[in-house]
Design a protein around this ligand. Structure first.
Ligand SMILES: [Zn+2]
Ligand SMILES: [Zn+2]
Length: 125
């Protein structure tokens, strides 16, 4: 049975690293080829479908918003781009709307903060 929700397709090329690209930085090349890869496209589609196309953050608050971006909880870097446990694992993915995605990137949780004297304080995360 088809579900009642059909995620919008027109923004389907929007992706996580595009945010930084929009802010004037060039998208890193390793990320670009990853986001263009068929395996990522398939993972992304399947993940979105599994969430019914809804933003997970909004849904947790009882709001139904269309999810637009599949976000990596643990960010993709040059070092882990070849590691499917990071890049393709559903454990590391989250379907977010634009607003929640921006939010997620603004407050990246840190386990420790380092002050100007180099003192390390755990944040309790
Ligand atoms: Zn949302
Ligand atoms: Zn993201």
């Amino acid at each position: 049975m088809d579900t009642t929700l059909h995620p919008k397709r027109e923004n389907s090329t929007l992706m996580c690293t595009q945010l930084s690209a929009e802010r004037g930085q060039r998208m890193k090349q390793y990320a670009e080829s990853f986001y263009k890869s068929r395996i990522w496209q398939n993972t992304r589609e399947a993940y979105m479908k599994s969430k019914g196309g809804l933003c997970e953050e909004c849904y947790a608050q009882g709001i139904c918003n269309a999810g637009e971006i599949v976000h990596h909880i643990k960010p993709i870097t040059k070092n882990n781009i070849g590691n499917p446990d990071i890049t393709l694992s559903w454990e590391n993915l989250r379907l977010l709307c634009r607003a929640c995605h921006e939010h997620a990137h603004r407050r990246t949780p840190k386990r420790y903060t380092v002050d100007e004297y180099g003192r390390v304080t755990p944040t309790g995360l």
